[in-house]
Ligand binder design. Sequence first.
Ligand code: MLT
Length: 410
Amino acid sequence: MAKINSNYGHLAANYLFPEISGRVAAYQAQHPNVRILRLGIGDTTEPLTAAVLDGIRTRVDQLSRRDTYRGYGDSEGELALRRAIVDSYAERGASIEPDEVFVSDGAKPDSGNIQSIFSPDAIVAVQDPAYPVYVDTNVIAGRAGRFDPATGGHDRIVYMPCTEENLFFPAIPKQKVDLVYLCSPNNPTGMAASREQLEGFVHYARQERAVIIYDAAYAAFIRDPALPRSIYEIEGARECAIEIQSLSKSAGFTGVRLGWSVVPKSLVVEDGGPGALTRLWSRRQNTFFNGASNLAQAGALAALGPEGRAESRKVVDYYLDNAALVRRTLTEMGMVCFGGLNAPYVWARVPRTMKSWDFFDLLLEQAHVVGTPGSGFGPSGEGYFRLSAFGHREDIQLAVDSIRTNLKLG
Ligand code: MLT
């Protein structure tokens, strides 16, 4: 008789964003005439730019003709695109090679799948709070142990608290861990790691032969020139870090789907020398994946060209202006806010008497605004709330006006 993967039973609850959608749908059903303003999931709203559309249209034309039609491509991604990605790193002084780049259908699948090339008993450390995919995929793989409702965490995961005291960047783990997930600019706190902070983790990882899984999906939102946009700007990172990137938030590819992972050949682990992890990831991708959509890759190549980048920068600036508006409004109301300067997320402290989900309900009921409760991202997220700056300006304006007018903080 078939049996299910019982690890699913150790997942904390529903995946965060469908849980929020369900609650919002229930509220809307009870209040059909209310206009709900959604600052919950970080989903882009501005259209693809002209250069990206040209790139996709050109490929559509090629696909429509017998002489230029192409089916399967390299599962690692088209070479021209991998070269363009390499060039974008080189501009930041980061040296990677095309055969270390694996194009995919996004950062979410990559950050979920990457754990499969590591030992089932690897000890995993995550920033707390963190994007739920890191913990949940390790739960499903059987590495996380049991969920403890008392702590809000899993007993085999090493949670690295990110708090106001450490300005939301964690201390180096005291114990030996094998995999360290870092995300900068951070989802959900909207804070970006400094060079010194990343140097500390790179040093730790090299010493312990640990691997950093570095999620840089929001790197395009960094405006402070002193902040690194890639972990490979840090000396020694090529020996200990995998980086995951995406065009979802920087070029509006949330629906188009295009990301990549960099798995350097110089990575070394306890039982694998240079090249081992690159080969394993290649093997994994070739087994499970037939490559990103060729239309998405054509759009990505255009997005990484000079025109595409200039256009995307304007769209990112637009979202950053939204973030500034949200942050300013909440701050003027007396709320303590973090993030939102080099990231599209504002992380607000909820009134001390409330839990994150209580604040979710209050904001929805009083202001008709949806956000994301901090506790959904891990135990240290309790007491905080995330507002996303992805939205049309007029909707963000309506949301902040409604918060200012209708939210009674008591
Ligand atoms: C978020 O809101 O955290 C993200 O949009 C979710 C995602 O990128 O998968």
